[in-house]
Design a protein around this ligand. Structure first.
Ligand SMILES: *[C@@H]1O[C@H](CO)[C@@H](O)[C@H](O)[C@H]1NC(C)=O
Ligand SMILES: *[C@@H]1O[C@H](CO)[C@@H](O)[C@H](O)[C@H]1NC(C)=O
Ligand SMILES: *[C@@H]1O[C@H](CO)[C@@H](O)[C@H](O)[C@H]1NC(C)=O
Length: 249
């Protein structure tokens, strides 16, 4: 067993050595390093790529943890994908170092359970955050407080039952929000109150049985909206005040 582990370890280390400014298992072109489905269990060392790297695609690997400062040497990176890995834990300062460069972060298809107040701290320019198909059951109130320029947030296919008041208060630039396929039970009046620019809101496939009056009142820019597959029996008369969408529920 020991021997097998050792051999596996050597194999992984060997796989991510450099060759011409690109890790040997990855494919690099322009500023993009494509390391998707190459069976690595950790983030390659920054040294194996050339200096102007803007996009790192780590889709479909075996990464389980994002430790503190895991990406600290990747300053300048704009796009980062960990889609379809096995990430369970994202340490609180995992993205420190990508400050002001990171714009798109894809964590779709992992095993993340909790988003802490500081999970996404220190990446203030983030615009796209994809967290679909994880196991997120807990969102701390200030989870999205730091990336306040978020425009696109996908939380579909998780286990959220409660969205605390104030969770999206700082995301006034948000245009797309999907909470499809969670276990949300009620929608409070303050939940979406600050989302004046929201165009797309998907609340379908939840367990919503009550929607407070005026819950959607601020959403004057909404173009697409769904509450289908919930448990709503009756609406307060003014839940949809200022919306013209009562007809497409
Ligand atoms: C990486 O390669 C895969 C497989 O060829 C491709 O589907 C994917 O779009 C590539 N990623 C990037 C960022 O180019
Ligand atoms: C970065 O990600 C965004 C959103 O996923 C995508 O539209 C854009 O093409 C990506 N950029 C590169 C260089 O792959
Ligand atoms: C969600 O992720 C799992 C692996 O974690 C994958 O098998 C499944 O196909 C994904 N579901 C969707 C709807 O993408």
């Amino acid at each position: 067993m020991m021997r097998l582990c050792f051999v596996t370890f050597m194999f992984l280390v060997h796989q991510i050595t450099a060759e011409d400014g690109c890790a040997s298992v990855c494919t690099c072109s322009d500023n993009v390093a494509n390391c998707s489905y190459v069976e690595i269990g950790s983030i390659p060392h920054r040294d194996v790529f050339n200096n102007n790297l803007k996009m790192l695609d780590l889709t479909g690997n075996f990464i389980e943890h994002l430790t503190d400062n895991a990406l600290v040497d990747y300053e300048g990176l704009q796009n980062l994908s960990f889609r379809n890995n096995y990430i369970r834990d994202v340490n609180r300062l995992a993205f420190a170092g990508l400050y002001s460069s990171l714009v798109h972060l894809d964590l779709t298809g992992n095993k993340i359970q909790t988003i802490f107040d500081d999970t996404f701290k220190r990446i203030p320019e983030l615009k796209t955050l994809l967290l679909s198909n994880n196991s997120v059951a807990t969102l701390e109130r200030n989870s999205f407080g730091d990336p306040e320029h978020l425009q696109y947030l996908d939380l579909s296919l998780n286990y959220l039952s409660i969205i605390l008041d104030g969770t999206f208060d700082r995301n006034q630039e948000l245009q797309f929000l999907s909470l499809r396929h969670n276990e949300i039970q009620s929608v409070g009046e303050p939940t979406f109150k600050m989302l004046h620019n929201l165009r797309h809101l998907d609340l379908s496939h939840n367990k919503i049985s009550s929607v407070q009056p005026e819950a959607f009142r601020s959403l004057s820019q909404l173009e697409w909206f769904s509450l289908s597959h919930n448990r709503i029996k009756e609406f307060y008369d003014n839940a949809f005040e200022s919306l013209d969408y009562s007809s497409c529920l």
